[in-house]
Design a protein around this ligand. Structure first.
Ligand code: NAP
Length: 379
């Protein structure tokens, strides 16, 4: 297969790295190299005579590791490679670092505890002192700290040592809170991207394909290079196959309280029951066991952050409480009805057990259930 490219002198380096030539004695390899160069030269002359505008014919089948195309692609990946500093190098920070490094980005890390050996094993550089880390001038500062400690960590960061337009990213599981502290503490020359990968080391252990990645470009400078840097960062997740969802931090928190917080709460409630696998597990029960596995492994700090720093979570907790009480009352109401039938032979007229169809969206607008009847207002 032949391709046309501008003339590139064959470097001595390329010869030295040719796997075939490397195995030959030096004089023989020189001889072969010489013959190959002469062949290329004649081919070039021939082509130029026939097509005066042609540049150079290269044989791709004989491509060497250091040939032109390899160099071009390396130059391209170097230009898109980011220097990403992860602050908070715990469970999730390390999980993300693996993907960043796999994609050719440089990862620096800083944390409260010493994670230097883990960092080294992953191919990242660990900086115990955040001053040293900031002096490396990363393109991106990524916060992966427990939600409840994020403000304290951001305040302690020597941001004056960073380049003026550094991009700040967070991956916290709540979004309005980090957005507000970023806006409060970061001067306007820093860019801000708030994100939430809706998966973790457990749910994403077999790959990120189809997993949701939420982001909000909160403040990005107008220069093309700054926009390109954000796109470059987002592409990390796109390349891994994530489902990219752009939405405001407020919207995220509303949805997440009704989905993620409920999931974690139910998972933790079930964990308290110490559920065990049985010889007759149903599919549904297996899913419950998976839910416990997926949620209870996360730190309590993470779960507490979902509750404490999302203003919608309290309402969801109350709805959950209300739903449980209502369900109990519905069950007891039916039991009551059966007992009445047995005692009096028929259901008393006008007395009906409670019927629970669906919870209203806003529990505050809904009165606590009465013993015998539940009025549902679905508006
Ligand atoms: P986490 O318990 O939420 O956070 C632990 C991290 O916070 C550790 O790196 C820890 O550092 C750091 N940290 C805690 N207190 C600190 C302090 N005072 N100063 C500096 N660092 C401090 O567990 P995580 O699972 O690793 O989550 C990290 C962040 O990612 C959280 O905001 C979480 O909401 C978000 N997130 C997690 C998941 C997940 O599935 N795990 C998914 C999406 C988003 P040390 O290790 O050095 O003590």
């Amino acid at each position: 297969m032949l391709s046309i490219s501008p003339i590139q002198p064959t470097s001595s380096q390329s010869t030295a790295h040719s796997p075939l030539l490397r195995q030959l004695p030096l004089s023989r390899s020189h001889h072969l190299h010489h013959r190959r160069s002469r062949f290329c030269f004649h081919l070039l002359q021939l082509t130029r005579r026939r097509h005066p505008s042609a540049l150079l014919i290269r044989a791709l089948d004989a491509a060497q590791p250091y040939d032109y195309e390899t160099r071009l692609s390396r130059r391209f990946s170097q230009s898109t490679a980011l220097k990403i500093a992860i602050i908070g190098f715990g469970n999730f920070g390390q999980f993300l670092a693996k993907a960043f490094i796999r994609q050719g980005h440089t990862v620096l890390a800083n944390s409260r505890s010493d994670h230097s050996s883990v960092a080294q094993s992953l191919g990242a550089s660990f900086y115990a002192d955040p001053h040293d880390l900031c002096e490396q001038h990363p393109d991106v500062i990524l916060l992966s700290t427990a939600v409840i400690h994020t403000e304290q960590v951001l305040k302690a960061l020597p941001i004056q040592r960073l380049r003026r337009n550094t991009l700040f990213v967070d991956v916290l599981s709540v979004k309005e809170f980090p957005k507000n502290i970023f806006l409060q503490y970061l001067p306007s020359h820093f860019d801000i991207l708030c994100t939430h990968p809706m998966f973790g080391p457990e749910s994403g252990k077999d790959g990120w394909t189809g997993l949701t990645f939420v982001f909000d470009k909160v403040r990005i400078g107008p220069q093309k290079s700054r926009e390109a840097r954000v796109e470059n960062f987002l592409q990390i997740f796109e390349k891994e196959g994530c489902r990219m969802v752009e939405m405001s931090c407020a919207e995220h928190d509303k949805y997440a309280a009704g989905s993620q917080f409920i999931t974690h709460t139910v998972g933790r409630v079930l964990e308290k029951l110490s559920l065990e696998t049985t010889p007759i597990n149903t599919k549904g029960y297996e899913r419950l066991l998976d839910l416990v596995e997926n949620t209870a492994k996360d730190s309590f700090d993470l779960y507490y952050g979902l509750f404490m720093y999302n203003k919608n979570s309290m309402e969801q907790l109350e709805r959950l409480d209300w739903a449980f009480e209502s369900l109990k009352k519905e069950l007891f109401g039916h039991l009551h009805e059966v007992l009445r039938k047995q005692l009096f032979g028929k259901v008393e007229e006008g007395v009906q057990g409670p019927v629970l169809s669906k919870l209203p969206n806003n529990v505050a607008a809904f009165p606590p259930p009465k013993t015998n009847s539940v009025e549902i207002n679905n508006n």
